[in-house]
Design a protein around this ligand. Sequence first.
Ligand code: CP
Length: 306
Amino acid sequence: MKNKHLISPMDFSKEELNGIFELAEKIISNPKEFSHICDGQILATLFYEPSTRTRFSFEAAMMRLGGKILGFSEPNSTSSAKGETLADTIRMVSIYSDIIAMRHPKEGSAKVASMYSSVPVINAGDGGHQHPTQTLTDLLTIKSQKGTLEGHKIGLCGDLKNGRTVQSLIAAMSRYEGTEFVLISPKELVIPEYIREEVLKRNNISFKEVENIEEVIDELDILYMTRIQKERFFNEEEYLRLKDSYILDNEKMAKAKEDMIVMHPLPRVNEIATEVDDDKRAVYFKQAEYGMYVRMALIVKLLGVM
Ligand code: CP
């Protein structure tokens, strides 16, 4: 995996993913053993869009491995504000660093960056397209919490049209035996047609699409909640009408299986009531913690330092 880019969750084979998860599990059980493995290495974090978890967890991951970081969270403080192209920015940053994590509002931008970079580029989210390190986080969470990645009925709820995390997760989980999906969304925010046709139907994955969470919650092994993506709406009125389509609360949780887990890539807005945080099935904060460990494992693998 040394020097590979990570643009889509499908860039890695199942075996490569297993290698990342095994390493993440080793790091979780003995973090001290890895605390100098990236001494002398530099991670660049280029964030053209806001982030809390992804940027901080990448930076924390590199620092916990003994490496250093540079980068920005405000592109207007860089020469892109003077009109420098993404290609030229990446040419420069790949001289100054050993690995790059980039978030950008334009779909396909991470792929473009990888074409101009002499070091590995990790897509930390490109518009409404992909968010592969969130997918690694989600897979490690499922594997750790449920014991296996196979045989789960997964409810994906919320903004399935604009949510890059759900689209990446569907593609990744479709490779595991026995996966079934229940797609829960308002009809205005259903999953894009290309996911339905080219991922679900082409791979003969069992799925159904519903609008109402109550009618399916008792069937699910995993409920993956997502926020309505305000920043991807062109029409404020439409956002206001749809923003509270789903609110998971204790009353709904009472109908779910005892061992169903609730995941969310975060940030949440209203879609999970805070009362659910105390339910042992709510794993979304633990999920964010797995995100840091899986990014540590990914950095180690792409730099080829062990
Ligand atoms: N899950 C996620 O991508 O969170 P941030 O937008 O805070 O990075």
